[in-house]
Design a protein around this ligand. Sequence first.
Ligand code: PLP
Length: 480
Amino acid sequence: MDCDEFRSRGKEMIEYICNYLGSIESRRVTPSIEPGYLRKLIPEEAPADPEDWDRIMSDVESKIMPGVTHWQHPRFHAYFPSGNSFPSILGDMLSDAIGCIGFSWAASPACTELETIVLDWLGKAIGLPNQFLAFKEGSKGGGVIQTSASECVLVSMLAARAQALKRLKQQHPFVEEGLLLSKLMAYCSKEAHSCVEKAAMICFVKLRILEPDEKSSLRGKTLLMAMEEDETMGLIPFFVSTTLGTTSCCSFDNLPEIGVVCQKFSCVWLHVDGAYAGNAFICPELKHLLDGIEYADSFNTNPNKWLLTNFDCSTMWVRDRIRLTSALVVDPLYLQHGYSDATIDYRHWGVPLSRRFRSLKLWFVLRCFGISGLQKYIRLHIALAKRFEAHVLGDKRFEICNEVKLGLVCFRLKGPDKLNEKLLSNINASGKLHMVPANVNEKYVIRFCVVSHNATEDDIDHAWKVICEFAEDLLEIQAA
Ligand code: PLP
């Protein structure tokens, strides 16, 4: 493909994307296919010779699209939103075209510098304390874009582990490092995302999973008891991961209480995972949900969830960048450059060396929507979630199972879990809506998340109508 062909095929692709997103409602939200469907449609070998572009595109429609779950569909209410907007798509296109690999400042200065600047923009907009910003007088902190929230948690835990081991080695210079490692204990709530457990597996550290209160919030008292108990058994608390906006039910750990507890222990790293909810703090009226952040060592949120930015874009801030990078620095000659002392080299801030120019799309989004446009979008989703909650509350057959603070509503039919499992599986099988379940307070609940960028009141009312129809059918069969 030469430049002229790219120009014309590029226009066609934009046309295809506009048609896809513009008429997405005409498709089933989830595919109706069996596992392995694609194996039968695609040759076993890659083509020996170049193929015609039109043939490739026709296979997209006939072979790929039938197996796609349409996350941007107005009937998609599963998981959390997958950020998407035209400015973001265009920003990513440009990033692909520039195609730089910005592992160090010298490897592409604009790639590094824009990331630092845009992370300061967003950090300020969501109300992070000045210590987390790179360009504040006296600050040692700063932000970085990682691939995912899981990676943010892992990187924080790696940094915490390195800090703890360094301190322990100074205190016990003759004790073998493996033994010191075996004493380290991390903590999170039962409601924390499973990525915390995975990070602990990778880091070879113990993880104590704690019971939250009846509002699915981890409390300081519970953490304190666990940490004190572990200390008396010779274990060493070193890392606490808290969540603002849990995956199951969007609950909030009690950060002010937990922060105070962490301060009682020397060298405990406090991480705050706001993968979904963190984006909402861009609205002044929601900033109180971030109370206690002043105790944190690191914080992450995913604009690629709820800030109209395409995957991947998981933003993470640390209070002390040296404490982060000292866990991750490896410095071969071929990666060094003359400005290392005066610049940020993001290869020391995470696991991979290579990194895309991801700040470009976030910069496009922040500039095209402005903070006011993003606030409007978040507020719309919350208002729509409240509308859905009102529908549920108005129907005695159902109950609400979470405190609806943002865009997620957990609900269920009053009655046994099996009834709700059946309700959800019938709805999902129909392809009329897509939702996923969760376990909240030992009950099977259905999660309804407002997801679509341009969601409307009609979409919410329609979803409720579909749910009621399936519930009626099910309850009738039960009664018969
Ligand atoms: N943390 C929370 C609170 C989440 O809700 C999720 C995913 O939904 C994750 C972490 C994992 O996110 P990622 O897929 O970016 O690793």
